[in-house]
Design a protein around this ligand. Sequence first.
Ligand code: HEC
Ligand code: HEC
Length: 138
Amino acid sequence: MKLPRKLFVIAGLSVSVLVGIAAVRPGNPPDDKFINLKVLPKNISSKELSEIMVDEFQDDLGVSCNFCHAENKDTHRPDYANDEKPEKQIARYMMRVTIGINKKYFKLHRPMIGDSTLQITCGTCHHGQAHPDNTTTQ
Ligand code: HEC
Ligand code: HEC
């Protein structure tokens, strides 16, 4: 028995439409809570984000969270999504630079901060200091 070719084409199309819908669905709802990510993936998990903030940013620069993050004036609690502090903006710029170096000079395919394959990280230049050019303290 020979099924019409058209049927296969239609069946194939609906599979790719379904796959397409699955691909654009947002990340896991429980992790989908960061509201102001411009460089990191918006659906990053809390675990991955906190590893970056603690291991890469805090430790590699030798600073605390409030070096980059402003506090809420009323609650006096950190307001992580707030972009008021220039240090946070510089950090974002540095993230883009770091990604760019890994891509351009080390030919990594779509590198992202936090990847274990990165050849250059914040720590490569910062060595636990916010100001890597401050040679007098080394
Ligand atoms: C060197 C600067 C720097 C330090 C230190 C730092 N962060 Fe961040 N943080 C950033 C930047 C930049 C972003 C935004 C990243 C982006 O746009 O993709 C961010 C984003 C975040 C977010 C997501 C906010 C949102 O909803 O968009 C959280 C939560 C956060 N940081 C927590 C922390 C904690 C907790 C610490 C201390 C352990 C910390 N950060 C230390 C620079 C820093
Ligand atoms: C290629 C080297 C290099 C890399 C990689 C790098 N930085 Fe920097 N960063 C510097 C230099 C140089 C300065 C300027 C220091 C100064 O002016 O005292 C700086 C300054 C900064 C400052 C401003 C400090 C201040 O007090 O004004 C922040 C914040 C910062 N970097 C965050 C980061 C973060 C976060 C990463 C990783 C995503 C990173 N940097 C990766 C070289 C680098």
